[in-house]
Structures are given as C-alpha cells and as structure tokens.
Design a protein around this ligand. Structure first.
Ligand SMILES: *Cc1c(COP(=O)(O)O)cnc(C)c1O
Length: 349
C-alpha cells in the first residue's frame, strides 16, 4: 500500500530509533529531562525565539498558545479553513472559551485589509462591554487546508503590520513551516520574526513519531507550561520522544525538497489522467489536491485504495494526496499507474 493520506504516516527510521533508545531522560514535568531541554533550546535557536516548550501534539501547541494569549470571551482571527479552527476538535471554544472569526483567505492566505475589516470596532457608547475583544491573528504557513500553500513574506509583513496597528498579538501555526523554508530558502527564523509565538511539528514531513513545540518570549513560554500541564500534556520521560524530534530536526529538514519534487511529478502525471482536474500552480509544497469529474471523491478514493494507493476524500469535491519521506520516486510512478488503472476502469462505464 502506498500511503498518501498524510505526511503524518511516516515511520521512525532505524537511526532515529537508535537515537531514541540512547536518549538520556528525566522527568519533564519536573523540568529535568535533558533530551527535552536540548530539543527546546535547539528549536528556539532555529526559530530565533527566546524559549520553546516541547508538546505532545501540534494541536496542543496551538491551543496552549491561544489559551495563554487570550481570556474567555475574546475573539481571534484566522483563515476560515485554518487548522486551529476546523481541525482541532472545537478546542478554541472548548478549552479557552474564545471564538474564532474566519477570514476569507485564498488557499488559506488572507490580506492586511481582511484583518482590519474583521477587528471589532468598540461600541460608541459602551466601548468596553458590548463587542468581543479581538485579541490575536493566527497565520498558518504552509497552509494545510489551502493545499500546502506558502505565505509570501510581503503578505506576512502586511498582515503583521495591520495586526500590530490594532494592538493584536500574532501566532504562527508553523506545523508545516519546515516545508515553507525548504521550498523558498527563507530561514524559519525570518518567517517567525513577525510573530509573538510559533508552533512547529516534528511529526509531519520531518518524520518523528510524535511531537511539536511552541516557541516565543521566555515569560510567555513559562506561562504556556502551566497550560500544557492543565491540558494534560505533562509527559514525564519525554526525552525518548524529544530525541526523535531532535534527530528529525537535524537530519530530515533538507529532505523536504524531495517531497516537493515528488509532489510536482505526481501532480503533473495526475493532470494527464482523464477526469482529473488539477491546478498545478497550487502545488507549492508536498500537498496535492485535485478534483475528479467522473465519480465522487469518496468512491474514487475507495477504488484507488483497492488498487493499492491510499488517499483522502477531502471535501465533497476534492481528493488530497500528501507526499512524504516514506514515498520514494519509484513509488510515485507506481502510485500513478495504480490510480490510472482505477480511473480507466471507471471511464469504461
Ligand atoms: C497537523 C497540523 C497541526 C496539528 O498537529 P497534530 O500534531 O496532528 O495535532 C496543526 N496545524 C497544521 C497546519 C497542521 O498541518
């Protein structure tokens, strides 16, 4: 089975498992796990932030950030298809009591004007009581729901300027920031410099089995540690996991360009199949999204699965495939011929 459902399906390599087995550990809740400490310092360094906190998941990392930035009743702004809004189980409302206002981004990328228009204007006669206070703008780079799209630096600058002009905090959901940097050559720290806090994942394209980190100013990260504990994220001998994350950070970032190349190859071959509609220009990193005109995406995905390619029916009219380090160039070619078989079987009807 060639598994293209997500880049989260990657398995730890032998070398990574050796690093895990050799990891020195302590109790992370007591703050004395040396492997966790080392990962946190290195993550902060790469992102150009004062401190970082290792988290079990990207979801917890984002939600701890939102919890620490806001109080119940606040409003935050994010693209309408942002991961924190649509794929984290309703956590902003459930865990922080805040509401998310969805912005009309294009493939997940919105404008400074979108931010300015969405910020609540205090009521003329009751400025402190009526409107929910807008507190924060969240940017996602690359944008998962947008198809792995990369935020142009000038657009980030524009959004940051708009947010700062209204006194809003800025959070970067950088679960896929490594992909943006691999694709553009712009360092992660440059992207991160516009934001107060940044969340990154080691468990996606980098190939670690588990783990994310939240980075930001030291006092903010100290505060975040309390919410990590509150959300059930105190994970004791986490050094075993931190060792895998650190291994992925030091050894796998450079490999992401191969995933991007495989995604382009896969996308252009798909585009040649009858009944497949794909916008190649939207394939900017390792995510490929396309439409199938001959049958529903869910039926299409079932047929491909029967042929040996696993993908995701993503919405009523779309299919998603994600390239990752456990899919080789030759498996990309194999996947295409399997999908071709599934597609041709249908066009015979
Ligand atoms: C995967 C992902 C997350 C959440 O990460 P988990 O570790 O699966 O909780 C958050 N944001 C984006 C953009 C992601 O792609």
């Amino acid at each position: 089975m060639i598994d293209l459902r997500s880049d989260t399906v990657t398995r730890p390599t032998e070398a990574m498992r050796r690093a895990m087995a050799a990891a020195e550990v302590g109790d992370d809740v007591y703050g004395d796990d040396p492997s966790v400490r080392e990962l946190e310092e290195r993550t902060a360094e790469i992102l150009g932030k004062e401190a970082a906190c290792f988290m079990p998941t990207g979801t917890m990392s984002n939600q701890v950030a939102l919890r620490a930035h806001t109080e119940a009743g606040d409003e935050i702004l994010a693209d309408a298809s942002a991961h924190i809004f649509v794929s984290e189980g309703g956590a902003p409302a459930g865990l922080s009591g805040i509401q998310v206002r969805g912005l009309p981004g294009v493939n997940g990328i919105f404008t400074g004007d979108d931010v300015l228009r969405a910020v609540r204007v205090p009521h003329r006669f009751s400025p402190k009581t009526l409107a929910p206070p807008t507190k924060l703008v969240a940017v996602e780079n690359t944008h998962n729901g947008g198809g792995g799209t990369i935020w142009p630096l000038e657009r980030i600058e524009e959004v940051a300027r708009a947010a700062r002009s209204r006194g809003l905090a800025l959070h970067l959901d950088g679960a896929r920031l490594w992909n943006a940097s691999a694709a553009t050559g712009i360092p992660e720290a440059k992207y991160a410099s516009f934001f107060d806090t940044v969340s990154v994942c080691f468990s996606k394209g980098l190939g670690a089995p588990v783990g994310s980190s939240l980075a930001g100013p030291a006092p903010f990260i100290e505060r975040a540690r309390r919410f990590k504990q509150m959300f059930g994220g105190g994970f004791r001998q986490a050094g075993v996991l931190a060792a895998a994350a650190l291994y992925s950070l030091e050894n796998h970032r450079k490999d992401l360009v191969a995933d991007h190349e495989n995604a382009r190859t896969f996308a252009s071959a798909l585009g040649d199949l009858p009944g497949v509609v794909i916008d190649i220009s939207s394939v900017q990193t390792n995510i490929v999204r396309f439409r199938v005109t001959t049958l529903s995406p869910f039926d299409f995905v079932e047929r491909c699965h029967a042929e040996g390619v696993h993908m995701l029916g993503y919405s009523p009219d779309r299919v998603r495939a994600v390239l990752h380090r456990d899919v080789s160039q030759s498996q990309v070619a194999a996947a295409i011929s399997k999908i071709q078989k599934a597609v041709l079987a249908v066009s015979k009807y």
